[in-house]
Design a protein around this ligand. Sequence first.
Ligand code: PZK
Length: 276
Amino acid sequence: MELVYSGKVRDLYADGDNLILVASDRVSVYDVVLPTPIPDKGRVLTQLSLWWFGQLTDVVANHVISGTDVPAQWAGRAIRCRRLRMVPVECIARGYLAGLGLVSYNETGTISGVRLPPGLGEGSRLPEPVFTPTTKAAAGHDEPMTFAELTSLTGAEVAAELERVTLEVYRRGAELAGSRGVVIADTKLEFGLDPDGSLVLADEVLTPDSSRFWLASEWQPGRPQRSLDKQFLRDWSSGLEWDRKPPGPAIPPEIVAATRERYLELYARLTGSELG
Ligand code: PZK
């Protein structure tokens, strides 16, 4: 199969008219891919994404053709999907302040043009989830875009639909996760258009690689939150003399095992079943 694109932790292949999206066991910390894989991470992310796509079929159509009709070497961690015309925008919904949303709030009191109340801090819950689209920069960093810029890129109708569907996916995901003790602080979605012009949810959805997951019992606004999936890796790596530039350090076996357990626990907690 032809490799179309290779990302930090995932790869995309073409199979005739279809695409095969493959999640690896690679893991990144501080944006650097480490040399040691986390066994089952690719399976957890793929199966979680497939589960969410299924939960969301009444909200939006998705690109999935099959989670099983994939080459045997990628069984469990690949999705066969329709090739779409992609909307070149990262559609982000934020329900809590973290990352670039926090930076924007501290500088301007706003995110994506939406004024927020004063006195919020790191990890604060927002009064309402906010849609914060960003450009997909070919190289370097993604830039926030205004709703007007989104409109000039996609047209008013698609822009309005992107906002509505992104916020609805976030609300539904956050509500379900919340009932199971998990905070979804924010999430990044990607959409395509099918040949008749209708919006289709693509890529991965509500996984720990595309979203910030916190344990509700640990959430405490006013300080950096503990990451549900990567906190062991962060704690271990922050004790090293590593400048957070490539190459990253090899992960010791006990940290690999603890991180793997966290991914499997996250899957079981959200979906209510163990990953086979
Ligand atoms: C597409 N990406 C990002 C995802 C990677 C890179 N259904 C689709 N149709 C057309 N293009 C894409 C998709 C999807 N999904 C997604 N780039 C193009 C990406 C996964 C692994 F390496």
